[in-house]
Design a protein around this ligand. Structure first.
Ligand SMILES: NC(=O)c1ccc[n+]([C@@H]2O[C@H](COP(=O)([O-])OP(=O)(O)OC[C@H]3O[C@@H](n4cnc5c(N)ncnc54)[C@H](O)[C@@H]3O)[C@@H](O)[C@H]2O)c1
Length: 325
C-alpha cells in the first residue's frame, strides 16, 4: 500500500513543487487556505492529490485531514515580512498558533518536517551561519518562525513527536510570486526585466545572499522525512554560497537577454549585509547536495516566464479572434 503524506501550504510556491515530487512515491493530501496561492499551481496533478481547502487555525479540519497520514510537511505560513509588521497578531495566529494546531493533530505521524526559515538567525555574528548560531530574529516574521520551530522542538521533547526542522535561506524558482510584498529579490528583478525596466538595487549591491533553487529545497524535505537520524534535528537548507546582489542582477540581465543596467538607490534600513549558510550538517547527515547552480536555476526560471508569456499571447490572439477581448 502507498503511504499517505500531508502537505500544508501545498498550493504555494515551494509546497507545489514538493507536491509534484511527492506524487511520484506517495498518496498526497494538500491542506491550503489558498490565501497566497492559486489552485493552478497543482492543477496538472489535481486528480492525483486530495486538496483540502482549509485553514491552519481550524484544528478540527486539520485533525480530520491528517487521518492516516504517515509524514507531514508543514509549509503553510504567513510569509510576508511586511504583513507581519502591519498585522503581527494575524502573523502569530497563523505561524505560531496554526503550527501548534498542526503539531497536536499530527500526534500519530511518523514525521513532521517543519519549514522554518534562515530569518530566525537575524543579524549574523559569524559566517557562514551554522545551526548553532544564536537565533535573534530582527523581523516579526522571523520571530513567529522561531516560535513555531521552538514549539515543534518542545513537542518532540515532551511527547516524543518525531519532528525535523528545516531552515531554508533564499529560495527561488518557477511559480514564485512576483509582487513585491511577498517576493524575494530574484522575482522582483524578474518582474522589472519582464516589464523592460531596470532592476533596482538597494545600496551598493555588495550585500550577499545564499540563493537556493526550489528543487534542491524539495529534495532536502524528502531526505529529512526519510532519515531516522534527522529526528529532533535542525538543518540549514541553502546552496552554501554567497552571491552579491550586483552579480545576481548581472546574471539575470544576461539570462533574460536584456540590455539594461541596474540602478542603485538608498540602502534599506535594517537590512542584513551578508548572509551565507553553513550546510555541512545537512550534507553529512542527510547526504544533501545542492544540484542546481545559480545560472542553471535562473535559466529554468526564465524559460518558464517565456513559456507563460507565450501562452498569454496565444490566449489573447485566440480570444480577440472570437471578439472576446
Ligand atoms: N520562499 C522562501 O524564500 C522561503 C525561505 C525560507 C523559508 N520559507 C518557508 O517555506 C514555506 C513555504 O514558503 P513559500 O515561499 O512557498 O510561500 P507561499 O506563500 O507560496 O506558501 C505558503 C502557503 O501557505 C498557505 N497558507 C497561508 N496561510 C495559511 C493558513 N492560515 N492556513 C492554510 N494555508 C495557509 C498559502 O495559501 C500558501 O499556499 C513557508 O513556511 C516559509 O516560511 C520560504
Amino acid at each position: 500500500m502507498v503511504d499517505r503524506v500531508f502537505v500544508t501550504g501545498g498550493c504555494g510556491f515551494v509546497g507545489s513543487h514538493l507536491v509534484h515530487r511527492l506524487i511520484e512515491e506517495f498518496e498526497v493530501v494538500v491542506f491550503d487556505n489558498l490565501s497566497n496561492a492559486v489552485r493552478e499551481n497543482v492543477a496538472d496533478v489535481e486528480r492525483e492529490v486530495r486538496l483540502i481547502v482549509g485553514d491552519l487555525r481550524d484544528a478540527d479540519k486539520l485533525k480530520e485531514g491528517l487521518k492516516g497520514c504517515r509524514y507531514v510537511f508543514h509549509l503553510a505560513a504567513q510569509v510576508s515580512v511586511e504583513r507581519a509588521i502591519a498585522e503581527p497578531v494575524n502573523d502569530a495566529a497563523i505561524n505560531i498558533l496554526g503550527t501548534i494546531n498542526l503539531l497536536r493533530a499530527a500526534s500519530h505521524c511518523e514525521r513532521v518536517v517543519l519549514f522554518s526559515s534562515g530569518a530566525v538567525y537575524g543579524e549574523p555574528i559569524r559566517m557562514p551561519i551554522d545551526e548553532e548560531h544564536p537565533r535573534k530574529p530582527i523581523s516579526m516574521y522571523g520571530v513567529s518562525k522561531m516560535a513555531s520551530e521552538s514549539y515543534a522542538y518542545a513537542f518532540y521533547k515532551t511527547f516524543g513527536l518525531p519532528v525535523t526542522i528545516l531552515r531554508p535561506f533564499n529560495i527561488y524558482g518557477p511559480r514564485q510570486r512576483r509582487d513585491s510584498q511577498y517576493s524575494g529579490v530574484i522575482s522582483i528583478f524578474a518582474e522589472s526585466l519582464i516589464k523592460g525596466e531596470k532592476p533596482v538595487i538597494y545600496g551598493d549591491g555588495t550585500q550577499t545572499r545564499d540563493f537556493v533553487y526550489v528543487s534542491d529545497v524539495v529534495e532536502a524535505g524528502v531526505l529529512a522525512a526519510e532519515s531516522e537520524e534527522a529526528i529532533g534535528q535542525v538543518f540549514n537548507v541553502a546552496a552554501g554560497k554567497p552571491t552579491t546582489i550586483n552579480r545576481l542582477a548581472e546574471e539575470m540581465i544576461r539570462v533574460a537577454g536584456k540590455k539594461v543596467k541596474p540602478v542603485h538607490t538608498q540602502p534599506r534600513i535594517g537590512e542584513i549585509k551578508h548572509s551565507v549558510a553553513d550546510i555541512s550538517k545537512i550534507r553529512k547527515i542527510l547526504g544533501y547536495k545542492p544540484e542546481i547552480t545559480l545560472t542553471q536555476g535562473l535559466e529554468k526560471m526564465w524559460e518558464q516566464i517565456n513559456h507563460q508569456s507565450k501562452l498569454k499571447q496565444e490566449n489573447q490572439v485566440y480570444f480577440s479572434g472570437k471578439g472576446l477581448t
